[in-house]
Design a protein around this ligand. Structure first.
Ligand code: XMP
Length: 430
């Protein structure tokens, strides 16, 4: 293993991730583990140079303070205690008031080397994956999103053709999205890629369904069914690769932190598939995942793409999905992305897309009355997607996009710009 590591034991602090980030910002790799890690599990981690006992506001669970196995005190690692009784005793323990103390602990007490960088991280993960997988096979659902793409690239580097990627096109992808997955993974990285065009199946199931939650449920459960069917056709697969990243684990609730929302990566697939998980990104934050993808040679357009909801254009073709409106969403979205890129807004604006409502309005084309759909443009900025403000898009850029949509997209006679912040609106419309 190439990297030194500081382990943070989560004893109910809400600042685990801040401290992990602070240590990584010093150039030293850090991992957060639950407080009930056993001394054996701890010793199984390589290159551990020190341990932070990170107590905090959630240390009392159901009236009982959570604590570490006392045998960990005897393991010989330097310990730093934050908001934890251990800070008051013992020569190995130090209490934290500021960042200098953390720096002193990491470098002076633990003697850790600042050797955390993406090259070393990838080299270590490749070695760990090879040890875990051996000669066996790994299956991966490759959506083309940032996390699944990076994990695919990592697994290809580690086990090559022992990885089987399944890309399910649910017919709700953006323009040329599936083609780009095939181009990058099959043609460039020579992945073992199974492409499933399930467009008709998804659109069939969604026919006439107008309720947004119902649509989301159909898309989610149908996705799992298609993937499961493909998995059952394959033989000798023991592992499932997952693009789980650290925020997914936090949002799904740790032993001391409350659940925010259950994440589809964490415990999503049916139990009878019985795979062991391979999750090489599960200790990374989103920006680190992107840096990892670039280091693995993925195109920046794939690694720095804006967030895209799992149900895809299905929640942007409002109400019951029809093929003509779905096509209008896809084409107008492609124009918007192209023009935003030309104007340099693709690097500035957090998320931008179009939606097409399920009603028509009167207009005039070629001197005759027309009755067509409208396209709504949304462009927002946010830090955490919990609240969002509207980007003040330059009028000329909006004008160009409007002109192009009106002349290039069929069945559309009107373009609107959504001025609503979140709250009270949400980012997506459904
Ligand atoms: P809302 O509409 O809730 O969206 O303000 C917040 C952010 O989440 C994205 N989003 C999703 N992402 N699966 C995802 O992976 C989903 O089902 C989903 N729904 C919304 C949305 O695009 C925005 O960035």
């Amino acid at each position: 293993m190439k990297q030194d590591m500081i382990v943070i034991l989560d004893l109910g602090s809400t600042r685990n991730t801040d401290i992990a980030r602070q240590i990584r910002d010093m150039g030293v790799y850090s991992e957060i583990h639950p407080h009930d890690i056993t001394p054996e599990e701890l010793k199984g981690l390589e290159n551990v140079k020190g341990i932070v006992l990170n107590g905090g506001e959630n240390r009392i669970v159901d009236g009982v303070p959570v604590d570490i196995d006392p045998a960990i005190y005897e393991c010989g690692y330097p310990l730093l205690a934050i908001d934890h009784p251990a800070a008051k005793c013992g020569r190995n323990f130090k209490e934290l008031p500021n960042e200098d103390a953390l720096r002193e602990f990491v470098f002076d007490v633990c003697q850790a080397q600042p050797n955390w960088n993406m090259k070393n991280f990838i080299a270590d993960q490749v070695e760990l994956i090879r040890r875990q997988v051996g000669e066996r096979k790994v299956l991966l659902a490759l959506s083309g999103g940032v996390d699944s793409s990076v994990v695919a690239a990592m697994l290809i580097k580690a086990v090559g053709k022992q990885l089987v990627c399944v890309h399910v096109n649910h017919g709700l992808m953006r323009k040329h999205e599936s083609e780009s997955v095939i181009q990058v993974f099959k043609n460039q990285l020579h992945a073992n890629l199974i492409y499933v065009d399930a467009t008709e199946r998804f659109l069939g199931k969604l026919e006439g369904v107008a309720d947004p939650e119902q649509k989301r449920k159909i898309i989610g459960s149908e996705f799992i069914r298609v993937f499961e069917e493909e998995a059952r056709k394959l033989e000798g697969i023991d592992f499932l690769g997952q693009g789980t990243i650290y925020p997914d684990i936090i949002e799904s609730g740790t032993k001391t932190a409350k659940m925010v929302k259950s994440h589809h990566n964490v415990g999503g697939l049916p139990e009878d598939l019985k795979f062991e998980l391979v999750e090489p990104l599960k200790q990374l934050f989103k920006d680190e995942v992107r840096a990892c993808g670039v280091e693995l040679g993925l195109p920046e357009s794939m690694v720095y793409r804006q967030p895209f909801p799992g149900p895809g254009l299905g929640v942007r073709c409002l109400g019951a999905i029809t093929r003509d409106r779905l096509e209008a969403v896809r084409e107008s979205d492609a124009i918007l992305r192209e023009e935003f890129a030309k104007a340099g807004l693709d690097k500035k604006v957090w998320q931008y897309f179009t939606v097409v409502p399920d009603f028509k309005s009167v207009g005039v084309k070629n001197n005759a009355r027309c009755f067509d759909y409208m396209v709504i443009i949304r462009a927002i900025n946010t830090v955490d997607a919990m609240s969002a403000s509207v980007e003040r898009v330059d009028w000329d850029v909006l004008q160009r996009i409007t002109d192009r949509i009106l002349s290039e997209v069929g069945n559309v006679n009107r373009v609107c710009f959504d001025m609503s912040p979140k709250p009270p609106a949400t980012i997506e419309f459904e």
